[in-house]
Design a protein around this ligand. Structure first.
Ligand code: ZN
Ligand code: FE
Length: 249
């Protein structure tokens, strides 16, 4: 984690937030996948480690975040976990459709069992539920379902407009993430049209690189900033103890 902080300082960003993947609270310890998320017993140590880094690096603000999966029916369970720690922000993610972790490269064959248009509709229904759950400060990778390049035959503009409307109404922020550039789809999350729909409705924005390695910290941030400006954003936000502050983009 020190290496990420050093990379952030070197990149000249205003602050860095850690948001490791929350333990798979909807699964038993035996069913949880240790390659995708930390184990249940590691959460406490993760929080302690971030707090320790905050003391060691007074030269850069280090935020304590968590990436939390939205699983319908497990809202209360997640709420109980989130209440236990002093998060600066909670990221809301949809990585699962039923039992299928559709962003897992090992499970890519399961796309063949779906009509892609229906898959997209199912995915965006889950996004809407996640946004409305009130559990999250920032929605991550809003169109993660495109990760491996599957696209529906129909025009997604009305779907994007509806989702952006729900997000604006809920007062939740979104991220513009450069991680998609490093995935088969080869473009930012979310798609420029969805980003534009969010900008039009005044949805708060953060820039994110979703780094899974120190060398990815602030990856392509100059391009991301440009894309945000083109979409119509003029500000970015940051979070401290789950309160939101705005800065010039
Ligand atoms: Zn994620
Ligand atoms: Fe991640």
């Amino acid at each position: 984690m020190e290496e990420y902080v050093e990379a952030a300082i070197a990149a000249g960003v205003r602050e860095i937030g850690f948001s490791d993947h929350i333990p798979m609270y909807w699964r038993t310890e035996e069913q949880a996948d240790p390659t995708s998320a930390m184990a249940k017993g590691e959460l406490e140590e993760y929080v302690t480690d971030v707090c320790r880094l905050q003391e060691r690096y007074p030269e850069i603000p280090i935020r304590l975040g968590i990436e939390a999966d939205y699983i319908p029916g497990y809202e209360a369970e997640l709420q109980r976990i989130l209440e236990r720690y002093p998060w600066d922000y909670v990221l809301g993610s949809v990585h699962n459709i039923g039992d299928w972790d559709f962003d897992n490269p090992m499970k890519i064959a399961q796309y063949d069992q779906w009509e892609i248009g229906e898959l997209y509709a199912t995915f965006f229904e889950l996004e809407v539920m996640a946004v409305r759950s009130g559990l999250f400060d920032i929605m991550t990778h809003l169109d993660l379902i495109k990760k491996f390049g599957h696209r529906p035959a129909y025009d997604l503009t009305p779907v994007y407009a509806d989702l952006a409307g729900v997000i604006a109404e809920a007062g939740v922020a979104i991220e513009l993430s450069t991680a998609g550039r490093r995935k088969p789809v080869g473009e930012d999350y979310p798609h420029p049209s969805l980003l534009r729909e969010c900008a039009r409705r005044g949805v708060p924005l953060i820039l994110s690189s979703d780094s899974h390695h120190p060398r990815e910290v602030a990856h392509c941030f100059a391009d991301a900033r440009e894309a945000a400006l083109v979409a119509g954003f003029t500000q970015v936000v940051r979070f401290e103890k789950r309160r939101r502050f705005s800065d010039q983009l």
